[in-house]
Design a protein around this ligand. Structure first.
Ligand SMILES: Nc1ncnc2c1ncn2[C@@H]1O[C@H](COP(=O)(O)OP(=O)(O)OP(=O)(O)O)[C@@H](O)[C@H]1O
Ligand SMILES: [Mg+2]
Length: 243
């Protein structure tokens, strides 16, 4: 998997040398299609295994008593999730553009996140402030939704059941600035520069692709994403998207 430092070096090479640009572009195309092909080939049998496990469980409910049954079904579920994340990572750079009201998109994500917390009867306090007047935005709606959801999901995991999450968005000159702020566990300094790398995770069931997918999508929109800490010790993720 390419690390951010490799991608930066490749971009530099491509800017400096036209031949290198052609070769790297072709190699990247091959690389993305190989990852797609491998994910696709693994997904087919894995889907079969997953369906078989479900059928077995329905027809022989006593299997749930076996000591390794839960671990097996959890492992299969994890692998399905990993494949989905891998596909998202592989496709993060290719955007399907449309013109839309980004303000409405952010509001919709905030509403569905709030509803999901309500449905779980979560004790997390979620609030948002989406300042009107952002105007039209050209970008990939679905992928941008994914970015905000990934940040909110991480915030939720960071506050572990209790705490506060605040989503804020406004237009500042020619940029849309989105901030996701939580008062959870925080990001230790020694890992701060690794969290956007693919497969970096400190969670037992994390694939470590959430933030790298988010970074890829934001970069494809010529934007930036960063993590920091507010004066009162909260974790702040900031996404800036040029209009
Ligand atoms: N809001 C946050 N507060 C504290 N740490 C965070 C926050 N967001 C991300 N991190 C750290 O960054 C790591 C990488 O996040 P990322 O979303 O890429 O992967 P993940 O959440 O571990 O797994 P997944 O692929 O399921 O999203 C996390 O494991 C966590 O340690
Ligand atoms: Mg995550």
């Amino acid at each position: 998997m390419l690390r951010n430092i490799d991608i930066n070096q490749m971009n530099r090479l491509m800017e400096e040398n036209e031949d290198a640009k052609q070769i790297i572009t072709q190699l990247l195309k091959n690389y993305h299609s190989s990852v797609s092909m491998i994910a696709h080939e693994i997904r087919n049998p894995l889907t079969l295994v997953s369906s078989s496990l479900q059928v077995i469980e329905v027809q022989h409910p006593e299997v749930k008593e076996f000591s390794s049954w839960k671990q097996t079904t959890d492992d299969v579920r994890f692998m399905c999730g990993l494949l989905n994340d891998l596909t998202d990572y592989n496709n993060g750079h290719s955007l399907h553009y449309s013109v839309f009201q980004i303000e409405r998109l952010i509001r919709n994500v905030a509403v569905s996140f709030a509803l999901s917390l309500d449905a779980e009867e979560s004790e997390i306090e979620f609030s948002s402030q989406i300042i009107p007047g952002m105007g039209d935005f050209t970008g990939d709606k679905i992928k941008l939704e994914q970015v905000i959801l990934n940040l909110l999901r991480n915030a939720k995991e960071a506050v572990t059941g209790q705490g506060t999450i605040f989503l804020r968005a406004e237009r500042v000159d020619d940029n849309i600035v989105i901030e996701c702020i939580d008062n959870g566990c925080g990001i230790p300094e020694d890992i701060a520069d690794q969290i956007f790398e693919p497969f970096f995770s400190r969670k037992e069931n994390g694939t470590g692709l959430g933030l790298s997918v988010a970074k890829q999508i934001v970069t494809a929109h010529s934007g930036t994403i960063s993590a920091g800490c507010s004066d009162d010790g909260k974790t702040v993720f900031t996404v800036t998207l040029p209009v």
